[in-house]
Design a protein around this ligand. Structure first.
Ligand SMILES: [Zn+2]
Length: 354
């Protein structure tokens, strides 16, 4: 396949490779690194999975990882990440405040985790496996029928993969990257950009596997939410545990979070779930196109979505830089109590000192 045909089919890869080839090499103000984590095959054509890092090379600097395109139909997630990368590339030439921040923190971008799914217009990867159901972790609670992940058949969506086969290359690449990145940092925040659920933009945090068990770092998550909502009172996000809507097996962030707790590292993952149903309501013709359920089709609507989330991501950059102002602070227990009574009324209170 000729490159121009590939880019026509997968414009997000075209944008990303343009950035890698033409923009990143010109940044002189902070360290820049592009890695190919692995390759996946699109009809026998190898496609690299890129991770781009900007900023501090010290493995003990705080970090922020931003991921997009886990689900192939949710193109807008990749575009949101690419928009931020573009904006930072432009600003790094002159914005001394940003340069200063990136001397102290590390940003890592994985804008296109599932290029084959995106090119083929699948939610799953090229092997028909849903990457967000592919982690070796089971919910012990009743999960949503099919949506919660299943092992019946790869012909049905939300397929977890065959038992015992290990993770798919894309899922493994994400897990390895996060574990490597977060191994020595005092805090690693992660934002994973999805779309498709409901009509509002939501920020979800683990667990996806349990409605009743709060994550141990729920006080810090709640604190982060308070900082964001107080600074931006007119924003429109709903902040909540994912399990409030449905529980599922095999969530990569549940898996990574549990491993981080077990290993004593500091990972706080958040999923941005952009509500797409209002795009459909405003433009019912979108229903005619499968992609339209997950991706805004009108240019002005795409622009609005790309603009909207820059504030959130900018906030996360600042929260990473200033992690000592809030992370594991003296208010953590108090926020943990508030969050538990709000979202997990039947849970036994967490004692962070245990
Ligand atoms: Zn998704």
């Amino acid at each position: 396949m000729h490159t121009s045909m590939l880019y026509a089919r997968l414009p997000e890869l075209g944008q990303l490779e343009a950035l890698v080839k033409h923009q990143l090499p010109h940044i002189r103000t902070v360290p820049v690194e592009t890695r190919k984590l692995t390759t996946v095959l699109l009809d026998a054509l190898p496609i690299p999975l890129y991770a781009v890092s900007l900023g501090a090379q010290d493995p003990q600097a705080p970090g922020l990882v931003i991921v997009g395109g886990v689900h192939g139909l949710e193109r807008i997630g990749s575009q949101v990440v690419l928009t931020l990368m573009n904006s930072l590339c432009q600003r790094l030439h002159w914005d001394t405040a940003l340069q200063h921040k990136l001397q102290a923190i590390r940003l890592v971008f994985l804008p296109l985790l599932n290029p084959v799914g995106m090119a083929k217009r699948y939610r799953s990867n090229g092997n028909h496996i849903d990457l967000m159901r592919n982690a070796p972790i089971d919910s012990k609670e009743p999960t949503a029928w099919l949506v919660g992940g299943h092992r019946f058949s790869k012909r049905l969506p939300w397929f977890r993969g065959e038992i015992g086969l290990g993770m798919e290359a894309e899922a493994q690449a994400l897990v390895d990257l996060i574990e490597q990145e977060s191994a020595h940092r005092p805090l690693t925040l992660a934002l994973d950009c999805h779309s498709g659920f409901g009509s509002k933009d939501r920020l979800w945090f683990p667990y996806a596997k349990s409605r009743h068990q709060p994550m141990k770092k729920i006080g810090d998550i709640y604190h982060l939410k308070e900082l964001f909502f107080n600074a931006y009172p007119h924003q429109n996000y709903i902040f909540e545990p994912q399990a409030l809507h449905y529980t599922c097996h095999g969530d990569l962030w549940d898996y990574l979070y549990d491993r981080s707790e077990a290993g004593g590292t500091h990972l706080l993952p958040i999923t941005l779930e952009m509500g797409s149903w209002r795009w459909v309501r405003k433009n019912p013709l979108q229903l005619a196109d499968r992609l339209g359920l997950f991706h805004p089709m009108k240019p002005h609507r795409i622009q609005r979505v790309l603009r909207t989330h820059l504030t959130l991501m900018e906030f996360l950059i600042n929260a990473t830089y200033a992690y000592q102002s809030w992370y594991q602070g003296e208010l953590s227990q108090c926020y943990a109590d508030t969050a538990t009574s709000l979202w997990y009324p039947d849970a036994t209170p967490l004692n962070l000192n245990d």
